[in-house]
Design a protein around this ligand. Structure first.
Ligand code: BGC
Length: 389
């Protein structure tokens, strides 16, 4: 069996900078955008990717998850950029050269503007368009052992629900109770898109293929809510986990656990222990999420593709991660087949509208772009050098 993957993750839009042709750029830069901050130059990782990869490798990690950006690879519908594809191939080669196993994500929230303008995932040709992009991108995936088709399809479906609510009569007020449930129609489309992408990747590459699911480690607020827990878990994540059956792995992404009551997920009550994103401090969520992924997929190997904490206190990041890995170890001892742990995130990056929540093992000065590793990077590298969790 290949060695346990120990690494960290990023996404293109959150790190590259000037992702001008994406729908997120458009959203951030719209007059009166509801997003408080713009991604701008981000971390200039489009040019400086070698720097974070080198720091990860030097610390002792053996894997790096990053994405390729559809908006750059297919800037206009049907027009593919050989230069963008060559750029991402250079990233893959750099990772391999440094001894990092690349884990490549093909879609991480952002779409090309032209795709969004034509109706996004609601358009009737969405599956065909994404499949064509995956086929073209397969040409650079030689020697890539791990490919994730879509990052958090369940959050993509949540975003579709958000969009629908924002365009309704109540606007922002409709979001007062927290994030809405994933749009079920978008969810069904995501499953179709994923299945088609898996088939295309299997035809054109030798990579292990899967997708990555946002997991809330839901718990019932009381026995009377068990039925609501079942329904909530289905709509929010089990539907997507079930659709992973037959894949080579399932990406598990967890940060916290959430209670479910009479009306569904209960927003995290304010607490001094909450993280910068307002989420409850729950390192045990990782073990719960890995177990759930294993159970609902009927035994698809689990790759932890994201887990981490937004905090300014790096010692707290270490404590959280150490505890989370303990829970992962327990799940593995109980038979869950876990193939790797990729921390979110390698770098402090653009948290979809804000720069405040810092998840990184590496800090970045956004004026000079100087990267400064935090003690947590050396700590995680030390854990990695010791072997399995
Ligand atoms: C996403 C990341 C995000 C992280 C922390 C996941 O939902 O894949 O892009 O930054 O969680 O919120």
């Amino acid at each position: 069996m290949s060695p346990f993957l120990w690494g960290a993750s990023t996404s293109p839009h959150q790190t590259e900078g000037n992702n001008l042709n994406s729908d997120w750029w458009e959203l951030e830069n719209a007059e009166q955008s509801f997003l408080p901050e713009r991604s701008g130059d981000a971390l200039d990782s489009y040019h400086r990717y070698r720097e974070e990869m080198t720091l990860l490798a030097e610390a002792g990690l053996n894997a790096y998850r990053f994405g390729v950006e559809w908006a750059r690879i297919e800037p206009e519908q049907g027009r593919f950029s050989a230069a963008a594809l060559a750029h991402y191939r250079r990233m893959i080669d750099t990772a391999l050269e440094l001894g990092l196993t690349p884990v490549v994500t093909l879609h991480h929230f952002s779409n090309p503007r032209w795709f969004a303008a034509g109706g996004g995932w609601g358009r009737s040709d969405a599956v065909a368009l994404f499949t064509r992009y995956v086929e073209r991108t397969s040409s650079i995936l030689g020697n890539v052992d791990w490919v994730c088709t879509i990052n958090e399809p369940n959050m993509v479906a949540v975003m579709d629900s958000v969009r629908r609510l924002l365009s309704g009569p109540d606007g922002f007020e409709a979001l007062a109770g927290g994030l809405p449930a994933p749009d079920e129609r978008s969810g069904a489309t995501m499953v179709e898109v994923h299945r088609a992408a898996v088939d295309a990747l299997r035809r054109h590459t030798d990579a292990a293929v899967g997708w990555t699911i946002a997991q809330q480690a839901f718990q019932s607020a009381g026995p009377e809510h068990d039925e609501m827990l079942r329904q909530t878990a289905w709509v929010w994540e089990d539907l997507y986990l079930e659709a992973s059956r037959g894949d080579d792995f399932v990406g598990s992404q967890s940060y916290t656990s959430q209670l479910v009551g009479a009306d569904g997920p209960i927003p995290h009550p304010p607490s001094p222990d909450n993280t910068i994103t307002g989420w409850a401090y729950r390192p045990d969520a990782l073990g719960m999420a890995a177990r759930r992924a294993w159970e609902v997929t009927g035994g698809v190997p689990v790759l932890v593709t994201e887990n981490g904490i937004a905090t300014d206190d790096d010692q707290r990041r270490i404590n959280y991660t150490e505890a989370a890995l303990g829970h992962l170890r327990d799940a593995m001892a109980d038979g869950v087949d876990v193939r790797g742990y990729l921390h979110w995130s390698a770098v402090d990056n653009y948290e979809w509208g804000h720069w405040g929540p810092t998840f990184g093992l590496i800090a970045v000065d956004r004026e000079t772009f100087v990267r400064t590793p935090k003690p947590s990077l050396a700590w995680l590298g030390g854990v990695a050098r010791r072997g399995r969790p």
